[in-house]
Each structure stands twice: as C-alpha cells, then as structure tokens.
Design a protein around this ligand. Structure first.
Ligand code: ZN
Length: 123
C-alpha cells in the first residue's frame, strides 16, 4: 500500500467499512510509515470527536411531530390540487387526447376485433 492509497482508504478504515484484507494492508503500512501513522492519529481523534458530537446532538422531541404535521398538511394540499384540475393540467390533457386520437385509430380497430366487432354482433 502506498501513502496515497492509505490516505484514500483512511475514512473507510475509520468507518469500519474496509474488508479484513484492506485493514491488514492499512496496519502494515502504518507499521512502516511514520508519516501516515501520525495522520491516522489525528484523523482518528477528529473522527471520534465528530462521532461524540453526533451522538450528543439529538433532535428536539417536537421535531418529529412538526415534520409529521407538515407532511400531512402537504399531502392534504396535494390531494385538493388533484381534485380540481388546474387550467394548465387540463390543457395538457386535451393535447394528450388529441395526440391519442391521431394515433389510436389502429388500436381501436384492434380493440373492436377483440370485442367481436360490429359485423359479428347480431346474426
Ligand atoms: Zn505512508
């Protein structure tokens, strides 16, 4: 392992995300390279400080409640918007309908054939 490789894997090492083989390679490099050993020391200290800070920083109990209320309100607003169509949405629906008419003649013929069609209805 080179020093560059070590620096590239140091975060994964501190996050316990390396395979056993990679961990062994990191340890072997640290035994032979004093510079990286020092880097590892300061990175490990920083990592543990961040971990402590993250563990201490708990969100307030009301946060979950506020998020739940907000999501519920947005869902209600969204379902209301769906109930009364906006002019833009209806215009695009009309356009889609026209496009569908232009290209759907063959598919409706197929559907008629599947349903029996007009010529096999009575006699
Ligand atoms: Zn090194």
């Amino acid at each position: 392992m080179t020093c560059d490789e070590f620096l590239a894997t140091i975060d994964a090492y501190l996050d316990d995300a390396l395979s056993i083989m990679d961990i062994l390679r990191v340890h072997r490099h640290l035994l032979s390279c004093e510079c990286c050993y020092r880097v590892m020391g300061s990175e490990a200290t920083l990592h543990s400080l961040l971990a402590d800070d993250a563990a201490r920083d708990q969100p307030p109990g009301s946060l979950r409640e506020r998020i739940t209320l907000r999501v519920a309100a947005e869902e209600r607003a969204r379902s209301k918007a769906r109930a009364r169509p906006e002019p833009f949405a209806s215009r695009s629906a009309i356009l889609a309908g026209r496009l569908g008419q232009a290209s759907s003649s063959s598919s409706t013929d197929l559907r008629k054939q599947e349903c029996g069609g007009p010529d096999t209805s009575g006699s």
